[in-house]
Structure formats: structure tokens, C-alpha cells
Design a protein around this ligand. Sequence first.
Ligand SMILES: [Zn+2]
Length: 186
Amino acid sequence: MAGLVLLIVLAIAVAVTPLVAIPLAVAGQAASTAVTEYSPPDLPVAKGEWGYPLAGSYSTGRGFGYHPVKGCAYCPSDHLGYDMDQPCGVTVYAAGPGEVINAGSMPGWGNTVRIDHGGGVVTLYGHMAWDSLRVDVGEHVVAGTPLGAEGSTGKSTGCHLHYEVQFDGVAIDPEPFMAARGLPLR
Ligand SMILES: [Zn+2]
């Protein structure tokens, strides 16, 4: 009797399996092909309390202290930040927790946000698009808080983010600063 039941169960299983498997396979294929458009990540990668100021991949411009354009009318002799760019208008994010101490126009930097992180550390986000700022002075932010949109305001020739890190009022190289937080710039 037990053998007969097993046979019947096996027979049903064999008969049903293709019917079940085919719709599942079709459904799986439909689900995987439905996402055809590239959608950038909503938030930048964060490690602990710090994260990148842009989400997803970006191009790099001038690094700290690097000034390849000789005789450039607007370039500072030493570049005090790290330039990174995505298309105009993408969201610029706070890199770490702190208080907004500037949200508006600054000479050279254009539309700029500065964040005081305590311990003498300030980050600066320059050249943002006019009327794009989403934070006010005095506001507390965390890594990933949207600050505004990438632009080309101030002394800039094209859309990019000028990301600067200051320690006790002096600009320091953002690359080792971010690398020490598990966030290597590239
Ligand atoms: Zn710059």
C-alpha cells in the first residue's frame, strides 16, 4: 500500500513539474528583463559615520595641490580641494555628520555649503547650482543628507563638485582624510 502511494505521488510530481517549472522560469525571466534602464543609487556609499559626497561613480578633476593649467586666470596656485564630477544637476550629499555653517554664495566657490563636523574638521562643497541648496545654516546633517545640486557657479568652467576638507581653518588633502574613513577617492 505504501509503495502504491509513493508511486502515485511520484507520478503526480513528474506530471506536474513541467507545468510548474515553466511558468516560474518565464516569470523569473520577465522579472530580470523588466529592469532595463540604469538607475543611479539613491545614496552614496557610507562607511560608519562618513560617506562619499556623490552617489555612484564619478570622474575626477584636479586633486589637492595639483594645478596643471599654467597661467590660468582663475585657478589658485594651489588647488585646495578635490574635484569630482558627475553630470550637472546631480545631488551633492553631506560627507559626514555635523552642522551647516554656510549655505550660499562664497567668493570663488560660488554656491557653497560648509559643514562643521567638530574637532576642528570642516568640509566644503563648492560650485553648486544656484537655487539648489536644500539645507540652511544651523541645520544638523548626517552623511547622505542631500545638500544641493552639482553646478558650475563661482570660478568654475564646468559642472563639478569642489570637495574640500579643512582642519583648524587650513585646507588638508581630502584623499588621505577620506581613505582613513574607509572611503578612498579615485
Ligand atoms: Zn576644485
